[in-house]
Design a protein around this ligand. Structure first.
Ligand code: PFF
Length: 463
């Protein structure tokens, strides 16, 4: 799929669109982020809150983005400008959010490459002490993390930039027809193995136990931010994708399918990682690396685990690339289409800037629980603002992006127009249209606003 204005193609098939949108949605957010949030926010009760957020707010916002995109056939900013020029800043906010996310996304994407290499070349070192492997190689303990912050993220960014600048995203989407279902199958297999590990039952019980005392404002805020992140909402990415859709497609059913697939993958990942956490005794408080480290316990316990490890990280890397390209495309399309910059140059400049900012994320990760502004490595001090990126996007910018989108679609552009577009001018039945209109105008904006405000009064916790 090429996203330049001169050459606006269309998705040839329904499955092509679903795969692209699901490819953007399914990524590190589901597998690396979600299990940690589910663990820290109380297990079973969090799963229910998360599902409620997806069903009532996620689907509402996604359909809102889809209708804006298909109606105008433009990128996020151009689309909103066309409907009402005063509000094009909403699209700009989304591009900024996407850029900040990309800074740290590419760091973690790089870590998946390190693990592909690690399972091929030094699996015995990984198995000997999975957490130490992660800390030493990727976070660097007290040394500067050359591999985790520089080498592997650079490879990941290079690949993302290459795909975008050469316009080969179409090829990637073709590959996802095979690789995404394969990821799903591998996840199911690993989840079954993880849940049957000795000691895993405590983890399973934790994920299935509904403990009402864990329900609090923080859990709602985390679930909401995670739902937006995971569904790629609040950044205009889904506006851009839907802009390539024809009127023949049923946006309502597409919304349901994408949200369902993405949530299935997140839940599967939760049931793959958390039981393994209990079985292996790895401390999930260790920051972003625990998902990487705990999985070693699963691979270790299956015949051919090395091969499965390699395959799994390859698929995870692929899922991450289909997401990172969707974000980078958003930033680049904005600069090219709105600011008249040259495409290849833009890709290079954006990549360099996001790479430099991203380094601070990895630097900060090893010191998750450290208070203060500076960390010292090999005698040099670095500021700890890396964690702040995740905090800022998940707790503030993403919900704000979704809030403004719902208000725009529900009040400014109006639900009448939105429903007309959602049903392809009456071609498709949409029995729940009045419910969606109510969710879009009233429920979603109020719920998101309350959660954002509550979040401002809560502490710095991002998990
Ligand atoms: N949804 C992706 C994930 O869960 O990994 C991340 C993402 C992709 C976020 C695209 C935002 C976006 F625009």
């Amino acid at each position: 799929m090429s996203t330049t204005v001169e050459n606006r193609g269309q998705f040839g098939s329904k499955i092509g669109f679903i795969l692209s949108a699901a490819g953007s949605a399914v990524g590190l957010g589901n597998i690396w982020k979600f299990p940690g949030k589910a663990y820290n926010c109380g297990g079973g009760a969090f799963l229910i809150i998360y599902i409620l957020m997806v069903v009532f707010i996620g689907t509402t916002v996604m359909l809102g983005e889809f209708v804006i995109g298909r109606k105008t056939q433009k990128n996020a900013i151009g689309a909103i400008r066309e409907l009402n020029a005063k509000y094009s800043w909403i699209g700009g906010l989304g591009v900024l959010t996407g850029f900040i996310i990309l800074c740290y996304y590419c760091q973690v994407g790089g870590w998946t490459i390190k693990y592909i290499v690690g399972y091929i070349t030094e699996v015995s070192t990984i198995y000997a002490d999975p957490m130490a492997y992660f800390l030493n190689n990727l976070l660097g303990a007290d040394r500067f993390p050359v591999q985790g912050a520089i080498i592997y993220p650079l490879i990941f960014i290079f690949l993302t930039a290459f795909i975008i600048s050469r316009g080969v995203a179409e090829g990637i989407e073709k590959m996802s027809k095979i690789l995404m279902p394969l990821l799903f199958i591998v996840l199911i297999g690993l989840t079954i193995r993880s849940c049957t590990l000795p000691g895993a039952d405590a983890g399973l019980a934790y994920m299935l136990h509904f403990d009402a005392s864990t329900i609090n404002a923080n859990a709602f805020l985390v679930a909401l931010g995670q739902a937006f992140f995971s569904l790629s909402l609040g950044m205009g990415v889904m506006i851009t994708y839907a802009s390539y859709l024809s009127k023949d497609e049923n946006l309502v059913s597409n919304t349901g399918i994408v949200c369902f697939l993405d949530t299935c993958v997140a839940l599967l990942a939760g049931f793959m990682i958390i039981p393994a956490v209990f079985a292996t005794g790895i401390d999930p408080g260790m920051g972003g690396g625990f998902a990487f480290a705990t999985l070693a316990g699963v691979f270790m316990s299956i015949p051919g685990g090395t091969i499965f490890g390699c395959l799994f990280y390859f698929l995870l890397f692929f899922a991450a690339v289909t997401s990172s390209t969707s974000i980078l495309e958003g930033t680049v399309a904005f600069l090219v289409e709105e600011k008249g910059m040259e495409r290849k140059k833009t890709v290079v400049v954006v990549s360099i800037v996001l790479f430099i900012i991203g380094i601070f994320y990895t630097l900060s990760q090893a010191h998750m629980n450290l208070k203060g502004i500076w960390i010292s490595r090999e005698g040099i001090s670095y500021p700890i603002f890396g964690d702040f990126m995740e905090y800022l996007t998940d707790r503030l910018l993403l919900p704000l992006g979704a809030l403004t989108t719902t208000i725009f679609a529900g009040w400014i552009w109006g639900t009448e127009n939105a429903i007309k577009e959602a049903t392809s001018d009456g071609k498709y039945k949409f029995a729940l249209a009045p419910v969606w209109a109510f969710l879009l105008r009233i429920v979603a904006p109020i719920a998101i606003a309350i959660i954002i405000i509550a979040g401002m009064f809560l502490g710095m916790s991002i998990s």
